[in-house]
Ligand binder design. Structure first.
Ligand code: NDP
Length: 292
């Protein structure tokens, strides 16, 4: 049976989502502020809505994928009452306060609201490597689950609409930490003549090997015990971190990326936790460094 679904926002990600829906056999209506971005999708069989209102009227299931919540608010300002009785899935990256405001407003208009965070790049959409976090109306998730499967794996996190957005930002935080660390490392190695390509065979396996520490850190974080069976104590690691910052400066590399972790490590050391594992820094991040 054909299902109808409308996609509002056809940037790089919205276009990938629309293509995945078409591939899965859904009757797909598309709208974008800059209409020409719909042309290729229309050529593949999508129906072009001339207005946002037409896109909303065309389907009971509406997917939004815009730059930010300012764009979401601007796009829905005039048409929010038309969403009564519809399922709205907002896959726009945003802050929890923005998610709550939109969820409350659309809920007030009688829409079932599901918020989402896309953990994939556009080419990954429709492959098993893509996963999307959802939270908000469980009714909405159940209604749309079959169609959402076209995007990749779906993870429903719970009724509170902010769960997906905060988890999305947390995962992006891990990603930017990794990218920032890689870029800093490559700049530092470059200061003694290594090209990025030459450095890659060193940094790539190093990062992969260090990832294996995460299950142990997770145990320590949940138990609150960063002192047992310590292999690489914080005092030792803190000296290395300060050497990185000082050497970056002397090599003409901006140490800005590494300075926050140096500050957090020193805060923890000052609290007397130098013999703990580095995972204890999470207590300084949480403002609970005095708790041991
Ligand atoms: P793009 O920059 O490619 O597209 C942005 C989209 O938002 C366009 O459709 C644009 O319309 C629309 N838009 C922006 N401002 C307004 C406005 N005021 N009114 C109406 N429409 C507006 O971004 P992406 O498609 O890459 O990203 C969309 C969302 O997906 C973001 O929240 C992003 O964080 C998320 N995402 C993206 C990933 C990626 O790798 N690309 C990965 C994971 C999530 P117009 O064409 O008219 O400018």
């Amino acid at each position: 049976m054909l299902k109808t679904i409308s996609i509002i926002g056809l940037g790089a990600m919205g276009t990938a989502l629309a293509n995945a829906l078409i591939d899965a056999g859904n009757r797909t209506t598309v709208w974008n502020r800059t209409a020409a971005r719909a042309d290729a999708l229309v050529a593949r069989g999508a129906h072009r809505a001339e207005t946002v209102g037409e896109a909303i009227a065309a389907s009971d299931l509406i997917v939004l994928c815009l730059t930010d919540y300012v764009a979401v608010e601007a796009t829905l300002a005039e048409v929010a009452p038309m969403l009564a009785g519809k399922t709205v899935i907002n896959l726009t990256n945003g802050r929890p306060d923005e998610v709550r405001a939109v969820a409350t407003r659309l809920g007030g208009h009688g829409a079932r609201y599901l918020d989402g965070g896309i953990m994939a790049t556009p080419p990954m959409i429709g492959t098993p490597d893509a996963f999307i976090l959802y939270s908000g109306s469980s009714d909405a998730f159940e209604t749309a689950q079959e169609q959402l499967a076209a995007f990749g794996q779906s993870h429903y996190l719970g009724e509170d609409p902010i769960l997906a957005a905060v988890s999305d930002l947390a995962l992006l935080s891990a990603m930017y930490g990794l990218f920032g660390g890689y870029l800093h490392a490559t700049a530092l190695a470059g200061s003694v003549g290594f090209t990025a390509r030459q450095f890659l065979p060193l940094v790539e396996p190093w990062l992969a090997a260090m990832m294996t520490a995460l299950p142990d850190y997770a145990e320590r974080i949940d138990s609150g015990d960063h002192a047992r069976d310590v292999m690489s104590n914080l005092a030792m690691q803190s000296a290395a971190i300060s050497n990185i910052v000082a050497t970056s400066r002397s090599q003409g590399i901006d140490p800005a990326f590494m300075e926050p972790i140096e500050r957090l490590a020193q805060k923890r050391l000052a609290g007397g936790f130098g013999s703990d594992e580095i995972s204890g820094i999470i207590k300084a991040m949480r403002g609970k460094e005095d708790a041991g």
